[in-house]
Ligand binder design. Structure first.
Ligand code: ADP
Ligand code: MG
Ligand code: MG
Length: 902
């Protein structure tokens, strides 16, 4: 018989942390904590297999499930010493979702199941706390109506306000009438009146009664959690995070413990280290006399866990450390225990019932890039993990955050902040404010930079949060939904900015007398929690100032085999990339150098020339410019190789477009505009990407190759004389036939001989080719006989292998991705199974002829971690990417090495 239900409690558990696929993350870790003798309320986990069964069998359960659940329930009852549905002393249960990978707030939880008209008096009598019992009851009613009766039944009104909002409105109205400030002010009889009102509203709104039977409630809850796996929010989240539908969710049924039993009870959430900075300090928030998601939902602004965390808090408030010293000490022990055990920063949930601490959850804590690096490096120093593990723990994309902009501190000094909140996601963000997630998504799609401003965020807002450059909320703490989600994405975010008065109807926010409307600009400093009116300048940040970053990258460099170069056309870019760790230039495009007004004239003259003589003299006008450019770049990259590609794009790209420009050119050249028009018409091509470009230019007009080769080689000669070591690598583009390469190679080598003789100096240089056409891959062995290096141009290689024009892919790619015809954009992540075969073939053929042929890749894919893993495994010598991606590629290359070794 298949085991569908796994029990945990009283130090014993059927499952453990390795069983996340079957038990979900939450269930696996509840089991693990139980086995570690950490106090966890007893419970059981219904496996993810049941979720899949449920969807595959018209929303029904396996026959044996009922008896397995009842058996597990018996176990819980025995441990707690109370029975579910007992009128005198009822056991209450929570039903909680838990997928393999945590999906914060995406799925449902129902608390206090088992409260009915029969058991309520028992709970009152046993707890001696009528207010508590009615508070628990009304929470059950609210959650149950929302989760089980409405959402799970697919009854949620589209766009409109659901039952939860309705009930909350009734609550707000009630508080207003009674002049209450907060939920804490409501008495037992208030909650009693309200729960009756709630039940009536549910009946009239949803057309059915809130069930008054414990078992009906339990199964209603279980089904609702399974159904929440296919709720709109969960589906959206899975799409963004790439979580497969087939994983399913588990359901955890667990005995309730109560943080809302009075002033000696509390609930909270914590991180074993600071998730925003990575500092090794216990960090968290809590609320007295509260239950469930009160802390996360931002209903009341929570208190800091300890006095350290409180030092920069906006509200000065009491810490758990001083309010519950005993429970706090127990929590500190558990923190140490969990970190030692998991060797990883944990995100935990706890509840204190009558001074006694209970753990409700632990999972790997989400953190931003800064924190990820610091924690990984610190843990190596603490002997918790080794260097390889540390390298694997930082996602290459997280390094991006260190390169993210920050608000210019000079401008900040001059500007008074509009408001201050909690620094939930570091970095700077500047954008136009919007007040709904939909508006954020729409306006971002129009190309605007938007900042999403909300009272607090909920899982319904994730699409807008994703689209926004930054997020700002009025309520909530550092562990609120907004903070959690922003941290996961490394997004700038400020929460708990209490001074904001948001008016959704008027689409405006006010701080004191200052009013900002939708579309007004604000700038956030998410590192300091400061909000500024207007658009402050953002600065690039410098990763080298982050100590742990430098250390981690040293480890990466010592580990990786793949070298990392950069694509750069200008000395400034080359220097920046070098400071980011680039080991040379993998692609220096020469065409960008031609657009300067002086040079464009010369190149246009060259294109318009009708005799070789005229053309040659026009081309030679470009020589001094090109030489100067190459000197700058070679100098910036001295001691490192610099691959320079000869002219590649179709010539018409250099011709004037407008009539004015044509007339101007005609006047300069002393010819008629018509002559120019005719020449432009002659240059027209139906498929310019497959037209007269690449080495086809240098073959038809050898003087272009001569000039470029001379410029490069003279630059190298002069720098060598100055005492620098320079390593130019001249790259012939778009070769399909070996003879094309040989044709150009002869020109380059002859010039090299000449230049060395003229300058009376020798230096090293290479001549190689870009492999970017399928045919070049197929005949790579022939090409390798003369070429000294290969560099894969994976953009063109992808275009020509698929027959997709990269510039026109926008028309159908979205459809392809949506219908899963392609798993991803092949221009972003290399198509390993198709294009990858050509790459592997060319490597094999090339190296069969020249064993140590130097091979790199200089397409867009050089900065993509998944592609980098492939290039590593294919034995390339280097990848080349844009300067900002260099650190990402260094780490990805180290990870590829570690993964292939293990
Ligand atoms: P999520 O996955 O959204 O974090 P959880 O299943 O952790 O959802 O439940 C949400 C909250 O409900 C938790 O933070 C916890 O405070 C509360 N909760 C869940 N189960 C129990 C329980 N058995 N006793 C007390 N509180 C509980
Ligand atoms: Mg939840
Ligand atoms: Mg939780």
């Amino acid at each position: 018989m298949t085991k569908y239900v796994y029990s945990f409690g009283n130090g014993k558990a059927d499952g453990n942390t390795t069983m996340k696929n079957l038990l979900g993350g939450k269930g696996a870790n509840l089991a693990e904590m139980t086995s570690l003798d950490i106090p966890v309320p007893p419970g059981c986990t219904i496996t993810t297999e049941v979720c899949n069964y449920y969807y595959e069998n018209q929303l029904s359960f396996p026959d044996v499930l009922n008896s397995q659940v009842l058996e597990a329930l018996k176990n819980i009852e025995n441990i707690i010493g109370k029975n579910f549905g007992d009128a005198n002393d009822p056991l209450l249960l929570s039903v909680r979702s838990g997928a393999r990978q945590s999906m914060p707030g995406m799925m449902e939880t129902v608390l206090n199941l088992g409260l009915t008209s029969k058991t309520l008096p028992g709970l009152i009598a046993k707890s001696g706390n009528e207010r508590f019992a009615y508070d628990a009851y009304r929470r059950l009613i609210m959650m149950y109506a929302d989760v089980v009766m409405e959402k799970a039944e697919g009854q949620s009104p589209a766009g409109g306000e659901g039952i939860r909002h309705l009930l909350e409105k009734i609550l707000d109205q009630f508080k207003k009438e009674k002049n209450y400030q907060s939920d804490v002010d409501l008495s037992a009889s208030d909650w009693k009146v309200l729960s009756e009102k709630f039940k009536e509203t549910i009946k009239s709104e949803l057309g059915s009664e809130f069930p008054d039977d414990p078992m009906a409630q339990l199964w209603g809850g279980i089904k609702a959690v399974f159904k929440s796996w296919n709720g709109r929010r969960a589906i959206n989240y899975r799409r963004i995070e790439g979580i497969p539908e087939a994983w399913g969710t588990a359901v955890n049924v667990q005995a309730m413990v109560f943080g809302n039993l009075g002033d000696s009870s509390a609930t909270g959430v914590a991180f074993t280290r600071n998730p925003a900075t990575g500092e090794n300090v216990f960090f968290g928030e809590w609320l007295r006399n509260a239950q469930g998601e009160d802390v996360v939902a931002g209903i009341r602004t929570p208190n800091p866990l300890n006095d350290i965390a409180g030092s920069d808090g906006v509200q000065a408030s009491e810490s758990l450390q001083s309010a519950f010293p005993k429970a706090y000490t127990a929590l500190i022990d558990i923190r140490g225990n969990l970190e030692q055990h998991y060797r990883e920063m944990q995100d935990i949930e706890f509840t204190i019932q009558d001074e006694r601490l209970w753990m409700l959850q632990t999972r790997t804590g989400k953190r931003n890039g800064h924190a990820a690096i610091k924690i990984a490096v610190d843990m190596v120093h603490e002997n918790l993990i080794d260097k390889e593990e540390a390298l694997l723990r930082v996602a290459p994309s997280q390094l991006d955050e260190l390169l993210h902009p920050m608000v210019d501190p000079k401008e900040e000094l001059k500007t008074a902040p509009l408001a201050k909140g909690l620094p939930a996601g570091p970095g700077g963000g500047s954008g136009q404010i919007v007040f709904t997630a939909d508006a954020a998504e729409e306006q971002a799609a129009e190309g605007k930079k938007v900042i999403l401003v909300r009272e607090e965020t909920s899982p319904e807002d994730v699409h807008g949060m994703h689209a926004a450059v930054a997020i700002l909320t009025a309520k909530g703490g550092m562990t609120s939904h907004a903070a959690l989600v922003a941290r996961g994405w490394g997004k700038c975010c400020i929460v708990g900015c209490g001074a904001l008065q948001i008016d959704l109807n008027k689409k405006q926010l006010a701080v004191g007398n200052k009013v900002l409307k939708e579309g007004d600009w604000v700038t956030l400093n998410g590192t300091a929690g400061k909000v500024y009116e207007g658009q402050l300048a953002l600065l690039d940040s410098d990763p080298e100032t982050h100590n742990e970053y430098a250390e981690l990258m040293q480890w990466a460099d010592a580990t990786r085999r793949l070298k990392v170069r950069t694509n750069a056309d200008r000395p400034e870019d080359a220097s920046r990339a070098r400071s980011y760790g680039a080991q040379g230039i993998g692609l220096c495009r020469t065409e960008h150098m031609f657009f300067d007004p002086q040079r464009i004239l010369a190149i246009r003259k060259m294109i318009l020339a009708d005799t070789e003589e005229v053309r040659r003299s026009a081309v030679m006008e470009l020589l001094p410019y090109q030489k100067k450019d190459f000197k700058g770049i070679l100098q910036a990259m001295h001691d490192l190789p610099v691959t320079i590609r000869l002219l590649d794009p179709p010539l018409h790209e250099f011709m004037p477009q407008s009539d004015d420009q044509i007339d101007e050119l005609a006047a300069e050249l002393g010819i008629t505009s018509e002559e120019i028009q005719t020449r432009i018409a002659n240059l027209h091509e139906y498929n310019p990407m497959l037209g007269h470009r690449g080495c086809r230019l240098g073959i038809a007009y050898p003087e272009i190759t001569e000039m470029q080769a001379r410029a490069i080689l003279e630059a190298a000669a002069e720098l060598t004389k100055e005492g620098l070591t320079v390593l130019p690598e001249i790259m012939i583009p778009l070769v399909a036939a070996p003879a094309e390469f040989q044709n150009q190679e002869i020109i380059v080598r002859q010039l090299a001989k000449q230049v060395m003789e003229e300058q009376k100096i020798t230096f090293d240089y290479l001549v190689g080719t870009m492999i970017e056409l399928p045919r070049a891959c197929l005949v790579a062995d022939e090409i390798a006989k003369s070429a000294e290096f290969f560099s894969f141009g994976t953009n063109d290689l992808t275009q020509t292998t698929y027959g997709f024009s990269r510039d026109d892919i926008g028309g159908f790619l979205p459809v392809y991705l949506e219908q899963k015809i392609l798993p991803q954009d092949p221009f972003q992540s290399l198509d390993v199974s198709g294009v990858g075969q050509l790459v592997a073939l060319a490597v094999k053929k090339g190296r069969a002829v020249k064993r140590d042929l130097k091979i790199g890749i200089c397409g867009e894919h050089g900065g993509d971690p998944a592609s980098i893993e492939f290039f590593h495994n294919t034995d390339l010598n280097y990848v080349s990417c844009s300067p900002f991606r260099v650190p990402v590629a260094r780490l990805a290359a180290a990870q590829a090495e570690i993964k292939s070794k293990n």
